[in-house]
Design a protein around this ligand. Structure first.
Ligand SMILES: [Zn+2]
Length: 168
């Protein structure tokens, strides 16, 4: 599983983790949505792609359900290949890209925007690139399900992104 990443501090990853790879484009999939999640884990608890891969396999899924994971230090990791539908938002997996940041719960386990400054930078960077590639809008998981995920107002932060990227 690829975990070559961009870190906001030093963008010297050998391969760009966001650009589609040959394996992504060999099986084209129509994408018209970018859906943001949290991992619903407590603030400060780090999780790796391998951890989530294990957790999602335990639910009977093939592998990690998200396409990208943003670690607490802002590192952007690849999860499931873009060519494959994710397992992150019931009814919306076929045509979307799933992005999750690690966190989403406070110390008491209550829903909370726990994004670190590095995660905010990385999320904006990733969503900007994905918007440029797929020309679609960003939604939160809670737009499609009775959940708190991703525990912040995606529209408040990212509704302007599409117009900005598309220069309209
Ligand atoms: Zn979610």
């Amino acid at each position: 599983m690829e975990t070559v990443l961009i870190h906001p501090g030093h963008q010297t990853a050998q391969t760009d983790p966001v650009e589609p790879t040959p394996s992504d484009t060999s099986m084209p999939r129509y994408i018209n949505d970018i859906i943001v999640h949290c991992t619903a884990t407590k603030a400060g608890k780090e999780l790796t792609v391998a951890d989530i891969d294990r957790m999602h396999k335990a639910r009977g899924w093939k592998k990690i359900g998200y396409h990208y994971l943003i670690l607490i230090d802002g590192t952007i990791c690849r999860g499931r290949a873009i060519s494959q539908p994710g397992a992150h938002c019931r009814g919306h997996n076929a045509h979307s890209v799933g992005v999750a940041y690690v966190g989403g719960l406070d110390a008491d386990g209550q829903p909370c925007d726990t994004r670190t400054p590095d995660q905010r930078v990385a999320l904006l960077q990733l969503l900007t690139k994905l918007t440029k590639i797929y020309h679609c809008h960003v939604h939160g998981h809670r737009d499609y399900a009775a959940k708190d995920c991703p525990c912040f107002d995606v529209h408040n932060e990212y509704d302007g992104l599409y117009r900005q990227v598309m220069k309209i």
